[in-house]
Ligand binder design. Structure first.
Ligand code: FAD
Ligand code: EPU
Length: 343
């Protein structure tokens, strides 16, 4: 195991670029190193945090326990025939690199998830999704180490209880298991999904009517680059809130006041509405409080203009929650994992 470091600065390990300190920090590359790290925290009764790319985390305070940076690598072919390939991928592999490698080999299913930052092991936590596709669509199973029972377990799709930006690993099993590998089934003759409006528009602009796998991946990358801020240039964690789900009744009421409001029906009684639109309507787009701000092109993204603290970003997030509640009677729920709040 690489050595355990003390009072480690996490600035380069969270995409919001927050200067949080980890009391202890270690990078692991294998299951045995993971077990050693967990032993270290067990002996000292430390709180443990598994960190991938730090692209969906907000450190409101310094982390008092042990941060374990997961860099378990490796990709194995589990099975293959003329139509499909099943891959078992180490949790510390980079997600976007995996997507691009698969696209280059002609394996389809995750091209719409191009350019999502972070690791493969974090992808199931919130069932990453974009442009009409979610991880669950290609997911077979995952392996995770149960911290208390000290054993490796397999979780099927059903056991993972995936939902919109949700899974059992974000709820009941939060902090209880460490995902070590994820198994995905990809198609060698993929049916491409490019019906999402901004993706379709981008392909039309490029004059592509019958896109190939790589065309979809590239169009997704271009749409994302035009809307979402690059964390290397300005700190952010993608969408800060989930798109809220409201009743059809409430949606109809809002729609009569705001005819331009769009909604995506998710059942007969419920509609998902764009939080970015709500936040923009409430006047927050491009607003800034010190270095904590709302992105000027996408109001659902909170940004760190330089030296904002986690507390400042969290304060801004709460002001937005309060303002949306007052204006629309809708309570926004953070999508990002908030760390360091008093229990
Ligand atoms: P981290 O931020 O390191 O961790 C996230 C959570 O998962 C933490 O609670 C952590 O403890 C836990 N965790 C991480 N790895 C493991 C593991 N191996 N075992 C157990 N727990 C673990 N998300 C989308 O769904 N769709 C998007 O389109 C999208 N776009 C984004 C765009 C930008 C610019 C940014 C910055 C983020 C975006 N995200 C998006 C959010 C983010 O990329 C995903 O949630 C991603 O899966 C997080 O991966 P990570 O490795 O960085 O996770
Ligand atoms: N909108 C506004 N103002 C804004 C932003 C958006 O009016 O400032 C409107 C848009 O005009 C559009 C609607 O809101 O009508 C939806 O916007 P967009 O297509 O940009 O998607 P989103 O709902 O804001 C979601 C995901 C993203 C994902 C994209 C593409 C959530 C919380 N976010 O964003 O995921 O990439 O769709 O599928 O579901 C993430 O999770 O971090 C993330 C970036």
């Amino acid at each position: 195991m690489t050595s355990i470091q003390e009072n480690f600065d996490l600035s380069n390990y969270n995409t919001m670029g927050l200067k949080a300190l980890a009391h202890f920090f270690v990078e692991i590359h294998s299951l045995s190193e993971l077990k050693e790290a967990l032993e270290f925290s067990d002996e000292r009764s430390l709180e443990t945090l598994i960190l991938g790319g730090g692209s969906n985390i907000l450190f409101v305070k310094d982390f008092k326990g042990l941060v374990i940076l997961n860099r378990i690598k490796g990709i194995q072919t589990v099975s293959e025939d003329e139509d499909q390939i099943t891959l078992k991928i180490g949790a510390g592999e980079n997600w976007h690199q995996l997507v691009r490698d698969c696209v280059a080999k002609g394996y389809g299913g995750i091209e719409n998830l191009s350019l999502i930052p972070g690791t493969v092991g974090a992808a199931p936590i919130q069932n990453i999704g974009a442009y009409g596709v979610e991880l669950v669509d290609v997911f077979v199973s995952l392996e995770a180490y149960d911290i208390e029972q000290k054993e490796l377990k397999i979780f099927t799709k059903e056991e993972s209880a995936f939902g919109y930006r949700d899974s059992i690993f974000k709820k009941e099993l939060k902090g209880k298991v460490v995902i070590t590998s994820v198994t995905l089934r990809l198609s060698k003759n993929p049916e491409l999904n490019f019906s999402y409006s901004s993706l379709k528009e981008r392909l039309d602009e490029k004059g592509i009517q019958n896109p190939a796998l790589n065309d979809v991946s590239e169009a997704v990358i271009e749409v994302r680059q035009s809307k979402l801020p690059d964390p290397d240039k300005i700190g952010n964690t993608g969408s800060f809130f989930k798109n809220p789900v409201i009743s059809v009744y409430q949606f109809d009421e809002l729609k009569s006041a705001y005819s331009e409001l769009t909604g995506y029906p998710i059942s007969e009684r419920q509609v998902k509405v764009p939080a970015g639109w709500l936040i923009e309507q409430a006047g927050w787009k491009g607003k800034r409080k010190g270095d904590a701000g709302v992105h000027s092109k996408q109001a659902l993204v909170l940004v760190n203009h330089g030296s904002a603290t986690g507390e400042e970003i969290w304060k801004l997030a709460n002001e937005i929650i309060e303002s949306i509640h007052q204006k629309f009677d809708i309570r926004l729920i953070p999508e990002v994992n908030i760390l360091g709040l008093a229990h």
